[in-house]
Design a protein around this ligand. Structure first.
Ligand SMILES: NC(=O)c1ccc[n+]([C@@H]2O[C@H](COP(=O)([O-])OP(=O)(O)OC[C@H]3O[C@@H](n4cnc5c(N)ncnc54)[C@H](OP(=O)(O)O)[C@@H]3O)[C@@H](O)[C@H]2O)c1
Length: 287
């Protein structure tokens, strides 16, 4: 029987991972932050021992906070990931490490391929890139970096649930229409990670970078309109605006569209189109 360890098991993606693995009858050890702090190398080594696949969903995800305390973000996303990768090397475990579109500069016009040059525009992106580099260096044959973006899910604050809450209290909602990306349901990503882990164990998936985002692309405005429509609300209540109206400490990449060609090398289909995925997720039932 395959033994899975999920770090960050209390987070939005982590909770879906544990749920999907349990529903699939897999043996899973959920390690929330209280059970396992990835900055504690000996604790990570002890926790990873005895597992076949580790999904590292633990992360510092406060993007704006990483601008003022990049060292703290890097301690988790860079050094913490290195501890997980080193422990996987010791234990002979496959590592599926979750990373981000923010490793890319976001100034392209075509989707970023898995091997496109990285060049983060903010501290969070740099901290996550440090984690990717550790996985590549320590697990060249058994490390999988799965970049995701624009996640929404049932467990955790995210754009989609925020839009639904605003819809209940405001007549209109202003949403930026000048950042492009691929809204991705965390549960669909969790299921994809499970497929990748199985392919990795079967020796059917080459190590390296994969892009775990939905197909197609839209803007935050386009996503908000779709959320309204699926909830039976009038999408005309969503109004387009620009990022300069919402200045935040960390710069955001304007173009976060990723290519998905590498999944075929693992014998897997990429995730479905974002619009279909959103309808399947039924986020209005989460509120
Ligand atoms: N959400 C997105 O749109 C998005 C986009 C791109 C990439 N990602 C990546 O996707 C992954 C999952 O993100 P998510 O949205 O599920 O984030 P999340 O809900 O913030 O989950 C991250 C989890 O990691 C935990 N954590 C923080 N520091 C830790 C430490 N030192 N040791 C162990 N656990 C620690 C957090 O615990 P506390 O809550 O107690 O701090 C939290 O439960 C992350 O790698 C993230 O970088 C997310």
């Amino acid at each position: 029987m395959t033994r899975w360890l999920v770090t960050g098991a209390g987070g939005m993606l982590g909770r879906d991972l544990v749920s999907v693995l349990s529903a699939a009858g897999e043996a899973v050890t959920p390690a929330g932050r209280g059970d396992l702090d990835v900055t504690d190398a000996p604790a990570v080594k002890a926790a990873v021992a005895g597992h076949d696949v580790v999904v590292n969903a633990a992360a510092w995800t406060d993007v704006d906070g990483a601008e003022t305390d990049e060292a703290a973000a890097t301690a988790v996303n860079g050094t913490g990931t290195r501890h997980v990768a080193a422990a996987c090397a010791d234990a002979g475990a496959r590592l599926l490490h979750v990373s981000t579109d923010y490793v890319f500069p976001g100034d392209a016009a075509d989707p970023y391929l898995e091997d496109a040059p990285t060049d983060p525009v903010n501290g969070y992106g740099r901290s996550k890139l440090a984690g990717e580099e550790a996985v590549r260096a320590l697990l060249p044959d058994t490390g999988y970096v799965v970049r995701t973006a624009w996640l929404y899910g049932e467990h955790g604050r995210n754009f989609v649930t925020t839009v639904l809450l605003l819809a209940a209290t405001r007549d209109t909602v202003d949403v930026v229409d000048d950042q492009r990306g691929q809204p991705t349901w965390s549960r669909a990503l969790a299921a994809q990670l499970v497929l990748l882990g199985r392919a990795a164990l079967a020796g059917a998936a080459p190590a390296g970078a994969y892009h775990g985002t939905a197909g197609g692309e839209t803007t935050w405005y386009g996503l908000a309109r779709a959320v309204f429509a699926d909830a039976g609300l009038d999408p005309a209540r969503v109004r387009p605006t620009t990022s300069d109206r919402f200045v935040r400490p960390a710069r955001r990449p304007a173009f976060s569209v990723l290519g998905h060609g590498r999944w075929t090398a693992a014998g897997l289909a990429p995730l479905p189109d974002w619009r279909t995925m959103l309808t399947s997720a039924r986020p209005h039932t989460w509120i």
